[in-house]
Design a protein around this ligand. Structure first.
Ligand SMILES: [Zn+2]
Length: 424
C-alpha cells in the first residue's frame, strides 16, 4: 500500500516579506566600534535587537528576549513527534566600522537589466556590471543598494531579515514540520567579539547555521585559522644632539622589519584561495620602543607556525644589524578553521547542501578567507557552517543584494529545518 503524504510544498511560498523587512532594518544604525571597551561596543546595536524581539513576540514567539549583552534569543517549538536535533539559526545585527552605517537609504532597482548602477547621493560611486560578476545572475531581479554615502548593511541584515521571515512563515504554516529551532542574533561580529558573551547552555542547540555568506547557493565550512603576532622592539634612546654612535632607533628597526617582509608572497595583496599570509596591521612607538602588530592567517593551522617563523627570521636578520637593540615576538591564538570541527559532523554540511538544492539552487561549497561567528562557535561546541545571505561587496558603499536571492535564502532556511525533520 502506498500512503500519499500530503506534504506542504515549501517552494510554493510566494508571500515573502524579507525585502521589506531588510529595508526597514538597514535604516537603523548599528555600526560597531573596535575602539570601545563596552559590550556591546555600541549601545545603538540594541535599537535593532529590541525591535527584533518585539517583532518575534508579535509573530507569537513567546520566549524572545534581549539579554544584558545585547544578544537576542528565541525558540520556535517543535511541531513534530519525531526526535529532531535542535538547530540554531544565527546572524549578526552590527555593521562594519569600515564605512558609515548612519542614515542608510536603501534603493530598489527593479527589473535589473545589466546596467552599471550609479548611486544618486554620490554619482562617483558606481556599481559596475563588469566588476561584480554575480550581477550577471541578477537580470530581471530587484537589486537593492545604498544611495552612495553609506554601506548598505546586507552584511548581515540580509541574514537577520531572512531568519525573521522564515520565523514568520513557520508560525503561519504549522503544516511545515520541524524540530525545535533556536534563533540567535549577535552584536559585534564585525569587531571580532560577536560570541564573547553568548550562553550556549542557555541556547541549547546541537549545531547551527550562520546566515552570513555571500552569493546565493553557497555554503562555507572552512575559514582561516588565525593568530595575532606582536613584535616589540627595544632601542636605545639618547638625546639627538649627543646620539652619535649611541642611539639605536626602535622606530627605524620597526620600519626595516616591515620592509623586510616578503614582497611577492605571504601578504594579503599577493595571495588568494588557500594561500596564507603575515600582515602588519598597526605600528606605534618611537626611538626607545616600537611595537608592530600582525595578523597571521592560513586555512591549515599547522602552517601558521611556518609563517610566524618567517616573521621571526626577518626580525632576527634586521635586529642583527642594530647592536644594542632587542626584540620580543609574542603570538596569540585568535580563531581556528571551523572545518576541523565540521569534518567530525559531516551530516551538518550534507543537510545544508541538500536544503540549498531543494530551494532550487546549485549548491556550492566554499571556503572563506576570513572568519565568521561560526568559526568560534564551532570550537565552543556549536558546529556552525555559514550559509549564503545574498549580499555582495560587503563593508563598502557598493554593497548590494537582490530581493530574489534573499527569498531563496528564506526558502533554504525553511528547507534546512525540514530536511532535518525528514531524516530524523
Ligand atoms: Zn557578516
Amino acid at each position: 500500500m502506498i500512503i500519499k503524504m500530503n506534504k506542504f510544498d515549501i517552494n510554493s511560498i510566494t508571500d515573502f516579506q524579507v525585502a521589506e523587512r531588510f529595508m526597514r532594518y538597514v535604516q537603523i544604525d548599528t555600526e560597531s566600534d573596535p575602539g570601545s571597551t563596552s559590550f556591546p561596543s555600541t549601545e545603538k546595536q540594541k535599537d535593532l535587537s529590541r525591535l527584533l524581539v518585539e517583532e518575534l513576540q508579535q509573530l507569537g514567539v513567546r520566549d524572545a528576549h534581549l539579554d544584558e549583552y545585547g544578544y537576542v534569543y528565541a525558540t520556535i517549538p517543535s511541531n513534530t513527534n519525531k526526535q529532531v536535533p535542535v538547530i540554531c539559526f544565527c546572524s549578526h545585527v552590527d555593521t562594519s566600522p569600515d564605512c558609515s552605517g548612519k542614515d542608510v537609504k536603501p534603493l530598489v532597482h527593479t527589473n535589473y537589466q545589466g546596467q552599471d548602477i550609479v548611486l544618486p547621493d554620490d554619482p562617483s560611486v558606481v556599481i559596475r556590471y563588469a566588476e561584480h560578476p554575480d550581477l550577471k545572475n541578477q537580470i530581471g531581479n530587484d537589486v537593492i543598494t545604498a544611495s552612495g554615502t553609506t554601506l548598505l548593511g546586507a552584511d548581515d541584515k540580509a541574514g537577520v531579515a531572512e531568519i525573521m521571515d522564515a520565523v514568520r512563515l513557520w508560525m503561519a504554516h504549522p503544516e511545515i514540520k520541524h524540530g525545535e529551532i533556536k534563533i540567535l542574533f549577535t552584536p559585534d561580529e564585525e569587531v571580532g567579539r560577536g560570541v564573547d558573551h553568548v550562553d550556549l547552555d542557555k541556547l541549547g542547540a546541537h549545531f547551527g547555521y550562520t546566515m552570513d555568506g555571500e552569493k546565493a547557493g553557497t555554503i562555507e565550512d572552512e575559514t582561516f585559522s588565525a593568530d595575532g603576532a606582536r613584535i616589540t622592539i627595544q632601542g636605545v634612546s639618547v638625546h639627538p644632539g649627543f646620539a652619535k654612535g649611541k642611539m639605536v632607533s626602535a622606530l627605524k628597526i620597526a620600519a626595516a622589519i616591515v620592509d623586510g617582509l616578503p614582497k611577492d608572497r605571504l601578504s594579503p595583496e599577493t595571495t588568494s584561495h588557500k594561500e596564507g599570509f603575515v600582515h602588519p596591521v598597526h605600528i606605534a612607538g618611537g626611538v626607545d620602543q616600537a611595537v608592530i602588530d600582525f595578523i597571521v592567517r592560513d586555512h591549515v593551522t599547522a602552517k601558521l607556525a611556518e609563517h610566524e617563523a618567517v616573521l621571526q627570521q626577518v626580525a632576527e636578520r634586521v635586529i642583527a644589524q642594530y647592536p644594542g637593540a632587542t626584540y620580543t615576538l609574542e603570538v596569540n591564538e585568535q580563531y581556528r578553521n571551523m572545518k576541523e570541527v565540521l569534518d567530525q559532523h559531516p551530516e551538518i554540511m550534507e543537510v545544508g547542501l541538500e536544503a540549498i538544492k531543494r530551494a532550487g539552487l546549485t549548491p556550492e561549497r566554499r571556503s572563506i578567507r576570513g572568519g565568521t561567528d561560526g568559526s568560534r562557535l564551532s570550537f565552543m561546541g556549536l558546529p556552525c557552517p555559514n550559509v549564503f545571505a545574498g549580499g555582495h561587496a560587503f563593508h563598502g558603499k557598493r554593497e548590494w543584494v537582490s530581493r530574489q536571492d534573499m527569498e531563496k535564502a528564506v526558502l533554504t532556511i525553511l528547507h534546512l529545518a525540514s530536511v532535518w525533520e525528514d531524516r530524523s
